[in-house]
Design a protein around this ligand. Structure first.
Ligand SMILES: *Cc1c(COP(=O)(O)O)cnc(C)c1O
Length: 387
């Protein structure tokens, strides 16, 4: 027998009460009972997005909402700038190509962010209008935070739509959609919202809704105009993922006991503590210049063949499930996640399992140095962590 810990940036751990709410007898979706619950969920989503626009709930993984954004906002041949800081930025490029848009890809060096300056450079190379900028608020594959407000502001100044994949940022850092003028804000269920995979969420600004009616890409399942009409009546166009929505309702009840502002401060503490722990072990961050509040990517001090074993040792020997690197980062990093249902003890668990696994592979790390480094931050911030 071994106790296991799920410390990946999606799916994330699920609180007991949330799990139980999904095991209850399923209500039919065309009943006053379900419609009332869905109405409450929609209000909670609006308060998370800080928007007066409806936040639409879709039955799909997060990528479904990314696809929904493209097919509802653009037309064939539209020029879009894709800010590619990793795997998920690359997904925007692939999606845009799949739908016959004309993506202009801006690639960041591994572990770096992209911002206004990169958009200026792109603008200078592009002839003709730019329909939108597609980006991640947080690039999960490299643990990089992109400057969402700066990018959004650039979009407003350059008359194009800002389309923000905030799947691992929403619910971790404040992203006030209306105040910043984000045109499409997207998140998913299995990251900060602490429920299983299967729901995606998207809200559009007034400007984006005006574009929606003119967009000429084909759409059916993800026709957001149709969803908006029905979700205003607490219904959905297709059978909703009822159990997941019940889970989300329970999750919001837990979240709202503490409130987002305090949770945002806690995630900031967990992220700072994790980075401090990593540095105290003598390791390096992949993204020291724009580190994410959601996930910390740690460079492994060994060749990739040995490095690839680290997440496996952490999982198989110590029961701590973390994410490794993908593609060219395979064997070069591990990613320690601190979003969703996570607390300070989880960070200590992750750091200690990392230390033991590295030592198993011959690294020389002072015993307990990671946890001690993290405690430098955590001990001071107990009032925020345990308020
Ligand atoms: C998890 C994630 C997604 C969505 O992936 P799905 O597998 O479709 O849920 C998209 N963008 C980012 C940044 C993510 O972390």
């Amino acid at each position: 027998m071994k106790k296991t810990y799920l410390l990946t940036p999606g799916p994330t751990p699920i609180p007991e009460r949330v799990l139980q709410s999904q095991a209850a007898t399923i209500p039919h979706h065309r009943t006053p009972e379900f419609e009332k619950l869905f109405g409450a969920v929609q209000l909670s989503l609006q308060s998370l997005f800080q928007t007066s626009q409806p936040v639409l709930t879709l039955a799909s993984s997060g990528t479904g909402a990314m696809e929904a954004a493209l097919v509802n906002l653009f037309s064939p041949g539209d020029r879009v700038i894709c800010l590619n800081a990793g795997k998920f930025g690359e997904r925007w490029v692939k999606l845009a190509k799949a739908y016959g848009l004309d993506p202009f890809e801006v690639r960041a060096p591994t572990g770096e962010a992209l911002g206004k300056q990169d958009l200026e450079t792109a603008r200078a190379q592009i002839v003709g209008p730019i329909a939108g900028v597609l980006f991640q608020a947080n690039e999960t594959s490299t643990g990089v935070a992109l400057p969402t407000q700066e990018i959004t502001q650039w979009c407003q100044e350059n008359q194009c739509l800002s389309v923000c994949d905030a799947i691992t940022a929403c619910g971790v850092i404040p992203l006030p959609m209306d105040a910043w003028g984000i045109d499409a804000l997207i998140t998913g269920s299995q990251k900060a919202l602490m429920i299983p995979p299967g729901l995606a969420f998207i809200a559009l600004s007034e400007k984006a809704w005006a574009r929606q009616s003119q967009s000429r890409l084909p759409k059916f399942y993800f026709d957001l105009a149709r969803e908006r009409k029905l979700q205003a009546k607490n219904q959905t166009a297709w059978t909703p993922a009822i159990s997941l929505i019940c889970g989300l309702h329970a999750s919001f009840l837990e979240i709202e006991k503490t409130g987002w502002p305090v949770l945002f401060r806690r995630f900031d503490v967990l992220a700072r503590a994790t980075r401090a722990g990593v540095l105290a072990m003598g390791l390096e961050l992949l993204s020291p210049n724009a580190p994410s509040t959601s996930v910390t990517a740690v460079q492994l001090p060994m060749p990739p063949e040995a490095g690839a074993k680290i997440p496996k040792i952490m999982r198989d020997r110590y029961g701590v499930v973390v994410a490794g690197g993908q593609d060219e980062l395979q064997g070069k990093i591990v990613r320690l996640s601190h979003l969703g249902y996570m607390g300070p003890f989880d960070m200590m668990t992750a750091l200690q399992a990392l230390e033991w696994s590295l030592c198993d592979q011959g690294a020389n790390i002072r015993s307990g140095s990671g946890v001690a480094g993290a405690l430098q931050v955590l001990t001071q911030e107990r009032d925020i962590l345990f308020s």
